[in-house]
Design a protein. Sequence first.
Length: 117
Amino acid sequence: MHAASVSLCRFDGDLRTANRTTGTIQQYVASIRRFEEFAGMELGEVGQEMIRRWVDRLQLQPISRSRLGCHFAALKFLYGRTLGQPEKVAWITITKDKAPMPVILSQIEIPHRGYPC
């Protein structure tokens, strides 16, 4: 079992204080734990270049855009809220899947119910 760093414990506590769901907390903590192992140092000491390398690595993984967004959101919460170093992740953009366009019917396609148009 991997011993949690002080920053990771604070991150977990901050997520709970922010009323994140249990599932979100588990995903975010697992993501940041993997990042901490990748970086090999205390999270507060990690520089922006190391964060960029992690993001590049994540983007090469065969994961969905929503899962990638989860990793990015975890980083932004960690550095923006827990560690108070938002400048380290200010460049990260969380993109969302495009919503499908709604189907719009023409006047001809709308069934006539005896009401004037």
